[in-house]
Ligand binder design. Sequence first.
Ligand SMILES: [Ca+2]
Length: 143
Amino acid sequence: MLATSEFAMHRSNYHSKVSLEVITMVHVILFDDADFGGAHKHVFRAEPNLNRRVPLEGADSTSFNDRVSSIVVLEGQWEFFEDWGYQGKLGKTLGPGVYPWVEDANALGPGSNDKISSLRPGQRLSEVDLGTAAAEAGAKSEV
Ligand SMILES: [Ca+2]
């Protein structure tokens, strides 16, 4: 049976996590051409396969696989990969900013143009911190 204080702690962790997920929405825009030209695609969550064709009409129905030449990161820390399923990481993780040419040194670097096949936001520090805090609190309460 949970002690009252322990129950309150679990509740408090649950509510913090939920509210953080709402606040820390991630968002990146991928562009077909350099300097944010051509077709573009908004991504709000991990995308394991840009080659997947969405059965909808319009610009977003086209595959964005092996096309990305420039990127705008609005929120989050994003990792980009050469293959689907997050295999073959390209360059470094990119935080909020404008990247007019993916091969720039401050972007993904040489050889990364028209290569991205999957991408995902990095693990959020807030979740890591909350998980560790909860684990530590749990360990203490058992002493
Ligand atoms: Ca391109």
